[in-house]
Design a binder for this molecule. Structure first.
Ligand code: ATP
Ligand code: MG
Length: 392
């Protein structure tokens, strides 16, 4: 029945050049999201995006794909009437209601938009006359202009659109409108959610995963690739760097106090990720850290990891409780993958009693013990990083 969709987006703050960039990006992201499902024609149309569907397309599949595109506020399946002549309009809207609402004991309101100002009826006249026509054809329907159960919207253009369904979109901004950032992606629950949230602000993602073979398995790496794939359903293509961290970890383990291992390791992860981020033209780093969640995420620990970065570090989960993070993880379908039991490189080297209030001076002093070899090791880790492209 529906051969097209009208896509609405929030226009707040969209002016001039920004609006143009936003609309173009949204059109492109929608086109990319639908390409795997057939030849959809996506075009910009006066404050909307219009999607024309190929014959035989799958409605559910298409709506699901649109529900994953950031920047959409609502998705309206529309019936397209090729003629806007008044008789064709009334019969078209009537037939739409007949098909869509078999039980017509509903209250309704007609809303009209007239793009074509030469149309012989004004918008209020279209509403009034259409309302009268519908009451005549369907006596069981009642008008309620304040709180109608169903709003029939008619947009009169060369062709006319009729719709009454508004499927909520994800909101946010189209990916590609707000620069690029480097996600530190582990196999855990938090970092995929953090990446999703920043991507929702229109930011493209690059990711880095640190593994420590043979202490961490191929399967653990595969899990991270899988998680990147799930995020890419929303965030688009992601380049994932897989950095071999084994030698650095062993070296820290040999040289530094064990209770400081996690903090020092985290600092090296940040340093390496930042270098890759610079190379990729990123404007920030993203982590899944949340205040107080574990010893390495106390305010003091976060200050210690933050100290080594020059780029801003975005921590969208900083004030989230675990259960709220889990809710998002479930919604974006990363949770089941995240909880698969594969060792991550931090768990293997964790001390029994890690420092919870690391002192920056002490940490810096301990790191001096790494001076002899660490620069070279970081260099090697950067040069041997594997690059995997995930997603479309
Ligand atoms: P997550 O669920 O995201 O793994 P976590 O609660 O296990 O987080 P930590 O292990 O302290 O917390 O890690 C904090 C953040 O550091 C992670 O959210 C992630 O951004 C980054 N991180 C940790 N381990 C790795 C890793 N092996 N590779 C890349 N980033 C990592
Ligand atoms: Mg983790």
């Amino acid at each position: 029945m529906f051969k097209a969709f009208l896509i609405k987006y929030a226009e707040i703050g969209l002016k001039g050049k920004n609006r143009f960039l936003f609309e173009n990006a949204l059109r492109d992201r929608i086109q990319e999201a639908l390409n795997p499902f057939g030849v959809f024609k996506v075009s910009k149309e006066q404050g909307r995006i219009f999607v024309e569907c190929p014959d035989g397309y799958d409605y559910e599949e298409t709506v699901d794909a649109l529900k994953k595109v950031f920047g959409i506020s609502s998705i309206c399946p529309v019936v397209v009437l090729d003629s806007s002549k008044w008789e064709d309009l009334t019969s078209g809207v009537g037939d739409y209601i007949e098909a869509m609402y078999p039980d017509r004991h509903i209250t309704f309101k007609v809303e009209a938009k007239r793009a074509d100002k030469s149309y012989p009826r004004t918008s209020p006249e279209i509403c009034a006359d259409m309302g009268a026509y519908l009451l005549g054809r369907f006596p069981e329907m009642k008008v309620d202009v304040h709180e109608p159960e169903v709003r029939f919207t008619i947009e009169v253009r060369t062709r006319s659109y009729v719709y009454s369904i508004n499927i909520p979109g994800l909101g946010g901004m189209p990916v590609g409108t707000n620069g690029k950032a480097m996600l530190l992606l582990s196999g855990g629950i938090d970092s995929p959610v953090a990446g999703y949230m920043i991507a929702k602000r229109g930011v493209s993602l690059v990711a880095t995963y640190f593994h420590a073979p043979p202490y961490t398995s191929k399967r653990a790496k595969q899990k991270v690739v899988e998680l990147a794939g799930k995020i890419s359903k929303y965030a688009g293509k992601i380049k994932l760097y897989v950095v071999n961290f084994t030698d650095i970890q062993l070296y820290i383990y040999d040289q530094c106090p064990h209770e400081e291992l996690t903090i020092i390791m985290r600092r090296y992860m940040m340093r390496i990720a930042e270098q890759l981020a610079e190379k990729e033209g990123c404007l920030g780093l993203i982590t899944g850290e949340s205040i107080g969640q574990v010893a390495s995420q106390t305010m003091q620990s976060l200050a210690a990891t933050n100290e080594v970065c020059n780029m801003p570090v975005y921590r969208p989960l900083v004030a989230f409780d675990k259960q709220d993070i889990v809710k998002v993880a479930e919604k974006i379908d990363t949770f089941e993958t995240s909880i698969q039991p594969f060792e991550d490189c931090c768990t293997i080297f964790v001390a029994k009693h890690p420092v919870i209030k690391p002192n920056l001076k002490t940490i810096n002093r301990s790191e001096r013990k790494l001076e002899e070899k660490i620069d070279e090791m970081v260099e090697t880790a950067l040069n041997t990083a594997e690059e995997i492209i995930v997603g479309k």
